[in-house]
Design a protein around this ligand. Structure first.
Ligand SMILES: NC(=O)c1ccc[n+]([C@@H]2O[C@H](COP(=O)([O-])OP(=O)(O)OC[C@H]3O[C@@H](n4cnc5c(N)ncnc54)[C@H](O)[C@@H]3O)[C@@H](O)[C@H]2O)c1
Length: 377
C-alpha cells in the first residue's frame, strides 16, 4: 500500500496490486467512502460496514436495465439479499416528479421500509432522482451510489446534491443528502457510448485546469483519438473524486463560495445550453466550449498569457471537442447576465491564471462582449 500526499482534507490510499482506491469524505454530519474498485468484494465489504438491512431497492434507468441490471441484482441475490427494482425512463426526462411519484408507490407496494436501502445504479439522472427519493421516502432512508457514466463517476455521485426537474426548469426541487458510500466500478464504462465518455471527460479536464498542472500533463499525454484507455480510467476517476471531495468538504452546501471554482466554464455553458434548449449539446460539450471561452476572457482580462490559452485549447482539441460555434454573441451575453452570479453591469467569472490556478473576477459587459466576438469569430 502506498500512502498518497494529496489532497489535504480528504484521506485516501492507493493500492496498486488490487487497483483499489478509497477516498474518505468528511462532512459535518456524515463521513463516507468513495471506493474506486472493480472488485465486487470491495462493494460488499462497504455494504456490510455501513448498512444493516437485507432489503435493497435498486433504482435504475431503461438502458442500464438492459445492459447491467441482471448482473447487479444477481450479485445481491447470491448473498441472499432481498432485491426490489424500479426503472425510470432514460435521459433527462426521467428526472421528473412523475418518476418520483411512481417510485414512492412502487416502494410501498414491494415493502420498502425505513430500514431498507436504496441503490442508485446509473448515471447522473438516476443518481439525482434516487438520492432525492432516498432523502424523502419515510423522511429519509439509506442509499448507495453505484455510478455508471463517467460524469456520474467523476462528479455527480459525490457531494450529496440530489434533484428533480419541474416544468419550469432543471434541478428546481432538490436537497443535499449524502450517500452511505459510493462504489465506482469503471467496468460499467465498457458499454457507455463515446459521446458520453467525452461528456464526463470535460469535467475531468476542468479539475486539471483549475487544480493541477501535473494532472493536466497526465491527461495531455493520455488522451488521444480513442479518448482514453480503460486502464487510465481508474486513475482519472480517483483524481477527479479527490478534488470534488476536497471542495465539498470545504463548502458542503455551497454557502462559502469555495465550490465556485467548479463553475469554471459554466457561465458560458449554461447560457449556451439555454439558448439551444438543452437539445444540441450535452452538458460536457457546452462546458468544453465554456472553458475555452473562459480562457479567452482570461486572456483579454490579462489574467493569463497566450501560452496558457494555447495549453487549454490543445487539450480540448486532443479530446476532440467542438470548439467553434456560430451563435449570436449578444443573446449569449443576455443569458449570461441572467445567471445568478451577475451583479449590476459585471458578471462574476472564474478566470484562469496558469494551469492549476484560478481567480474569481467581476468582468465588465463590454469586455465580455469583446471576448465573445473574438471567441465566436
Ligand atoms: N448531483 C450533482 O452533483 C450533479 C452534478 C453534475 C450533473 N448532475 C446531473 O447529472 C445528469 C447528467 O448525468 P449523465 O451525464 O450521467 O446522464 P444520464 O444519467 O442521462 O446518462 C446518460 C445516458 O447514458 C446511459 N447510460 C448510463 N450508464 C451507461 C452505461 N454504463 N452504458 C451505456 N449507457 C449508459 C443512460 O441511460 C443515458 O441514456 C443531469 O441531470 C445533471 O443535472 C448532477
Amino acid at each position: 500500500m502506498v500512502v498518497g500526499s494529496i489532497p489535504t482534507a480528504a484521506i485516501f490510499w492507493f493500492d496498486y496490486e488490487i487497483m483499489k482506491q478509497v477516498i474518505s469524505i468528511n462532512l459535518k454530519v456524515s463521513k463516507y467512502d468513495i471506493i474506486v474498485s472493480q472488485s465486487e468484494n470491495d462493494f460488499f465489504a462497504s455494504l456490510k460496514k455501513t448498512i444493516i438491512t437485507n432489503t435493497f431497492f435498486v433504482i435504475t434507468d431503461e438502458n442500464i436495465e438492459r445492459l447491467h441490471l441482471e448482473y447487479f441484482t444477481n450479485l445481491l441475490k447470491q448473498k441472499s439479499y432481498n432485491v426490489r427494482v424500479s426503472t425510470i425512463p432514460a435521459g433527462e426526462i426521467g428526472k421528473s416528479i412523475k418518476s418520483l411519484s411512481i417510485l414512492y408507490t412502487k416502494a410501498l407496494e414491494v415493502g420498502i421500509d425505513r430500514k431498507s436501502c436504496v441503490i442508485a445504479l446509473g448515471g447522473g439522472v438516476v443518481g439525482d432522482v434516487a438520492g432525492f427519493f432516498a432523502a424523502t421516502y419515510m423522511r429519509g432512508i439509506n442509499y448507495v451510489q453505484v455510478p455508471t457514466t463517467l460524469l456520474a463517476m467523476t462528479d455527480s455521485s459525490v457531494g450529496g446534491k440530489t434533484a428533480i426537474n419541474t416544468r419550469d426548469g432543471k434541478n428546481i426541487a432538490g436537497v443535499f443528502y449524502q450517500p452511505n458510500f459510493v462504489w465506482i466500478n469503471s467496468s460499467f464504462l465498457n458499454t457507455l457510448p463515446k459521446r458520453h465518455i467525452k461528456n464526463g471527460l470535460a469535467e475531468v479536464i476542468k479539475y486539471a485546469l483549475v487544480f493541477d498542472k501535473k494532472f493536466y500533463d497526465y491527461l495531455s499525454n493520455t488522451i488521444n483519438n480513442e479518448l482514453i484507455s480503460s486502464k487510465d480510467f481508474n486513475y482519472i476517476i480517483y483524481k477527479s473524486c479527490s478534488y470534488k471531495a476536497k471542495v465539498v468538504e470545504k463548502d458542503e452546501k455551497e454557502t462559502t463560495g469555495l465550490r465556485a471554482v467548479l463553475n469554471f466554464g459554466h457561465t458560458f455553458a449554461h447560457a449556451l445550453e439555454t439558448l439551444t434548449k438543452y437539445r444540441k449539446f450535452l452538458h460536457g460539450e457546452a462546458v468544453a466550449m465554456g472553458m475555452l471561452f473562459a480562457a479567452e476572457l482570461s486572456l483579454v482580462s490579462k489574467t493569463c498569457r497566450l501560452e496558457t490559452y494555447k495549453e487549454i485549447e490543445s487539450l480540448l482539441k486532443k479530446a476532440d471537442f467542438i470548439l467553434n460555434l456560430k451563435i449570436n454573441e449578444q443573446r449569449l451575453l443576455t443569458l449570461m447576465k441572467k445567471d445568478k452570479k451577475s451583479i449590476d453591469k459585471n458578471i462574476k467569472f472564474v478566470l484562469i491564471r496558469n494551469i492549476g490556478k484560478t481567480v474569481n473576477a467581476h468582468v465588465k459587459d463590454n469586455l465580455v462582449l469583446y471576448a465573445l466576438k473574438k471567441f465566436l469569430r
